[in-house]
Design a protein around this ligand. Structure first.
Ligand code: GLA
Length: 690
């Protein structure tokens, strides 16, 4: 709901439980009024009438109160917008007009030839903001910085900042620490979202998993980005974020050109971190993820088992075993194309390797379909090996600086996707590939960061940072439109490209190259703060885990860990015993039963993975499932019962595993006993209301 005051200068946007209010002063300053529980327009008008606190000549009263602080004038905060023209720098805007359209508010300002439109839209309790900059003048403008939005928190003492951090094979680990005076900046200057942080922050003062106020903000951009959380000298807190890491020049706008910033979404919840996560998940399933109401299938992928050493016959044997275990989607990973027998060659040449697939991919795809499974492949379209036909033909199609080294990571360079000829080449290759065989799924990888992001000959080469992402999005959108039955997975050496932008055009993400079932618990715990299980791919791989740590764990433990997301199998099935295959078949069958709850239900994190017991619960309608994992039991002490969530205290629930009937009130207040013992034990407990 969107309400406008009679004077056309105060607005309140409301979701089911929350409101967001802004006010435009007589001097055209756009001030933040409220973000929190629902309020009425009259409440916002009282807030609008409150004068800003005064200050000395060393302070700017506007600081910490503006919705979109521009550069210049009486401000000392980090500007959300920094514009340069041949004559001047900074912005001094005047209000032009406002427009309302359902739940969307547009506030339009002008400064000489530049039009600045701030967009606000409510999606349930999530507020989406973005900014559109139009050059309506006659001279070029340089956008040094153009953030999506600035979010302002209410005055409180002692905020705590939560975010996730990590690196390759160790992504999205949650940290929470006191915010102090100054700025905390997270982001990526790597050209992709990065393994180091998900573009998300949460702030609270005293929230728990179950209760308390939580503010969260998440950016939808798959290139370099920055979110800065500032505690100002008067203790007010503002969060500013957008595309690009630095102020060194984002884009140059010629007369008539415009730039739409990425989306910056945010929410307030008074139901703790659990409530905030459930609101994020529901928002993404309803408004971000394509076809989110469709189940994601159980997949098999042989990457960990076979690496580059693949052949049609070997893949067929694996496919037979996978089908017998109940797998629904068989994926051929790296190594099927060009001269790709190692990571030294082939990227760029997206046609099947004639030695390995003499008749192309169709025979294998048909065989996989005849086994009752969908067929998928791996690609890494934005990359190129110098040892490829493409590079030999077009050495200038990569990002490079004239006269400088071309840095290779994993023996590969990054294609310059800002170039139209590169865009067209990739479209033709991928469209041709998807038309050449019945392909149902594409794992789209991105295995190195930008290092030499230059474009010799272009008047404004910096733009390739932004234009790469725009071209990636356009290519994905075009492929999805031409091949509506194909699902896409975003992968970047695991979780290096996960954000609301890529999620609006992919069906799931590869959470991490780390498939160790114990490490995964913390990775999944951090990931679940923002994104739903519906997109969180998780594989069961071999034990010992030779890839990472030689850890030995049971199939039971590996399956229960992976069943908390979109289940996949990534072990060498040709080495699994008949007993192991039979056990896998049972776990996969059980996963298919609980899948509607896991992929579409409400998540309750019962116990964080801190070394002992950890557990998640998914509920949907009258059903609930608990996935509980015990890392280590100590001193023979009994494992504590799990207090469940989201149940009706007056109802009775049958546990399908034990046949026992429990009162809802007992499960909520005294808990469910798991029967877990020893080290690396795990269980799945299903409950049905009777
Ligand atoms: C990346 C992915 C892996 C695998 C390899 C193939 O590292 O994260 O899952 O696809 O590339 O080269």
């Amino acid at each position: 709901m969107l309400e406008t005051a009679e004077n056309g200068r105060t607005w309140v946007l409301s979701g089911p439980t929350s409101s967001y209010a802004v006010h435009l002063t007589e001097r055209d300053e756009l001030l933040h009024l409220h973000w929190g529980p629902r309020i009425a327009l009259a409440d916002a008008e009282e807030l609008a009438a409150r004068p800003l606190p005064g200050g000395s000549s060393f302070e700017a009263p506007l600081d910490g109160h503006e919705e979109y602080p521009v550069e210049g004038g009486p401000r000392f905060v980090r500007p959300a917008l920094s514009v340069r023209t041949p004559e001047r720098r900074g912005t001094e805007w005047t209000f032009d007009r406002y427009e309302t359209d359902g739940d969307e508010l547009r506030l339009r300002f002008r400064d000489a030839g530049l039009a600045i439109t701030l967009h606000y839209r409510t999606r349930g309790d999530v507020v989406e903001r973005w900014t559109v900059l139009d050059n309506e003048g006659t001279e070029p403008l340089e956008l040094l910085r153009a953030d999506s939005a600035t979010w302002t928190l209410p005055d409180r003492e002692e905020w705590l900042l939560s975010h996730v951090h990590g690196r390759w094979a160790a992504e999205s680990r949650l940290v929470r620490s006191p915010l102090t005076y100054g700025e905390k900046v997270i982001g990526s200057r790597r050209g992709h979202t990065g393994h180091q942080y998900l573009p998300w922050v949460a702030l609270d003062t005293d929230a728990t998993e179950e209760r308390g106020e939580v503010y969260g903000c998440a950016l939808g951009w798959s290139g370099s980005w920055r979110i800065a959380v500032a505690q100002l000298p008067d203790a007010r807190v503002q969060i500013t974020g957008g595309a690009g890491y630095d102020e060194s020049g984002l884009l140059s706008l010629a007369p008539g050109e415009s730039f739409t910033t990425p989306l910056f979404a945010a929410l307030w919840s008074d139901a703790g971190f659990g409530g905030a996560s459930r609101t994020w998940h529901a928002y993404q399933r309803a408004y971000v993820i394509p076809d989110a109401d469709r189940d994601r299938p159980v997949l098999y992928n042989s990457w960990e088992a076979t690496q580059f050493d693949i052949s049609e016959e070997q893949q067929e044997v694996l496919a037979q075993r996978a089908a017998a275990a109940g797998v629904e989607l068989f994926v051929v990973d790296d190594g099927w194309f060009g001269a790709r027998t190692s990571d030294r060659a082939g990227l760029g040449d997206w046609t099947p390797n004639p030695d390995r697939f003499p008749a192309g991919l169709k025979p294998l795809a048909d065989r996989v379909h005849s086994l009752g499974m969908q067929f998928g492949i791996w690609v890494e379209p934005e990359m190129i090996n110098p040892d490829s036909d493409l590079y030999r033909a077009h050495p200038d199609w990569v990002q490079y600086q004239e006269g400088r080294k071309r840095t290779e990571f994993r023996n590969q360079l990054v294609l310059n996707l800002a170039r139209e000829d590169v865009q067209e080449y990739l479209w033709e290759q991928l469209h041709g590939l998807l038309s050449s065989a019945p392909i149902d799924y594409v794992k789209w990888d991105f295995n190195r960061c930008f290092t030499d992001a230059g474009w010799p000959g272009d008047a404004y080469p910096q733009r390739l940072w932004v234009d790469h992402v725009r071209a990636l999005y356009a290519l994905l959108d075009r492929l999805r439109e031409a091949h509506p039955g194909v699902a896409f997975e975003s992968c970047s050496g695991g979780g290096g490209r996960i954000d609301l932008g890529i999620l609006s055009r992919t069906d799931q993400v590869w959470t991490s190259d780390n498939t160790d079932p114990l490490d995964r618990l913390a990775i999944q715990h951090g990931f679940s703060q923002i994104h739903p299980a519906r997109v969180m791919a998780a594989w069961v791989t071999d034990s010992p885990n030779t890839q990472l740590n030689d850890r030995v764990s049971s199939l039971r433990f590996r399956f229960v860990s992976a069943m908390a997301g979109v289940l996949g199998v990534g072990g060498d099935l040709s080495e699994w015993t008949e007993e192991e295959l039979a056990e896998a078949r049972e776990w996969i069958a059980l996963y298919k039963e609980i899948r509607p709850l896991v992929q579409h239900g409400d998540l309750h994190r019962l116990c964080p993975p801190t070394g002992g017991l950890s557990a998640v619960q998914y509920t949907r309608g009258d059903e609930s499932v608990v996935l509980a994992l015990l890392q280590a039991q100590h001193y023979g002490e009994p494992v504590p019962a799990l207090r469940l969530r989201g149940l009706d205290p007056t109802a009775a629930y049958e546990c399908l595993e034990t046949g026992e009937v429990h009162r809802g009130a007992v499960l909520l207040h005294h808990g469910l006993r798991t029967g877990l013992r020893g080290d690396l034990d795990a269980t799945v407990l299903r409950l049905r209301r009777i």
